[in-house]
Design a protein around this ligand. Structure first.
Ligand code: NJP
Length: 237
């Protein structure tokens, strides 16, 4: 109750479900993504459940959207209780030697640089909360498991983990708790693009893993600087 949560990648998939679950738990949700229609659908669902949201259509790769958002959040609430940095881009699965610059730019901008800019823009507001919580959506694909043709995505998630681990150490003596969550395989548009032909019904729905994000955001949560595996997940991401 009374908590303010920012969720990136809230227009569909995992972010949509996490945003809805946070609103159901009483948080005011600031929902961001590029697709207005998805955000509006989320807003309708949150309102139907008696919750409230602020929609911020934004390309995370754009020049100063994150910084402007932090300024607006600071002016309105003076704090941020929960940051869910979840937006992700798969790019295209391509031999490493043939990854187009456009793909490198998108994948690194969304998966690595945007989380870095979220950290820069929101650290002070998370510290202004009495129990600031940040959860970054990572993947089973990264430095330790980098399948052929996944080079750009794997490199971006490996970088994300290094970024968040390093930042978590800087915050060790503050009340802010920072973790990464590996959702495992989840029934979303990204998964369908990554593994065409897979039966979607064999995968958990995003609603089934939203609770794992919520748990990491509870004021009593003590985990910090960890890569947490979603409960229903199988070992491969
Ligand atoms: O994917 P999808 P998921 N600016 O494609 C947003 C990780 N993960 O829910 O802008 C702003 O349904 C996009 O919004 P829009 C994965 O790496 C998943 O599966 O409207 N937002 C949408 O809301 C990612 O970090 C699986 O297109 C941008 C969201 O991101 C996270 O889970 C396995 C954007 C993507 O929704 C959520 O992915 C795994 C931009 N430039 C890790 N680009 C899995 N599903 O199995 C994208 O290991 N978004």
């Amino acid at each position: 109750e009374g908590r303010v949560a920012l969720v990136t990648g809230a227009s569909r998939g995992i972010g949509y479900s996490v945003a809805l679950a946070l609103a159901e738990a009483g948080a005011h949700v600031i929902a961001t993504a590029r697709t207005q229609g998805g955000l509006e659908e989320l807003d309708d669902a949150i309102r139907a459940g008696g919750g409230s949201a602020t929609l911020v259509p934004m390309d995370l790769a754009s020049a100063d959207g994150i910084e402007k958002l932090a300024e607006a959040v600071g002016q309105r609430w003076g704090k941020l209780d929960i940051l869910i940095a979840n937006a992700g881009a798969l790019g295209s699965l391509t031999p490493a030697a043939q990854i187009p610059s456009k793909v490198w730019n998108e994948v690194l901008a969304v998966n690595l640089i945007a989380p870095g800019r979220l950290i820069r823009a929101f650290e002070a507001l998370l510290k202004a909360s009495d129990a600031g919580r940040a959860v970054f959506t990572t993947s089973g694909v990264g430095a330790r498991r980098a399948p052929a043709y996944w080079a750009a995505y794997a490199a971006s998630k490996a970088g994300l983990e290094a970024l968040v681990m390093s930042w978590s150490r800087e915050l060790a003596d503050t009340p802010v708790r920072v973790n990464l969550l590996n959702p495992g395989r989840v029934r979303t548009r990204m998964r369908a693009k990554a593994v065409p032909g897979e039966d979607p019904q064999s995968l958990p729905h995003p609603d089934e893993i939203a609770g794992d994000f919520i748990t990491l955001c509870l004021p009593g949560e003590t985990r910090h600087g960890q890569v947490v595996q979603a409960g229903t997940a199988v070992s491969e991401g």
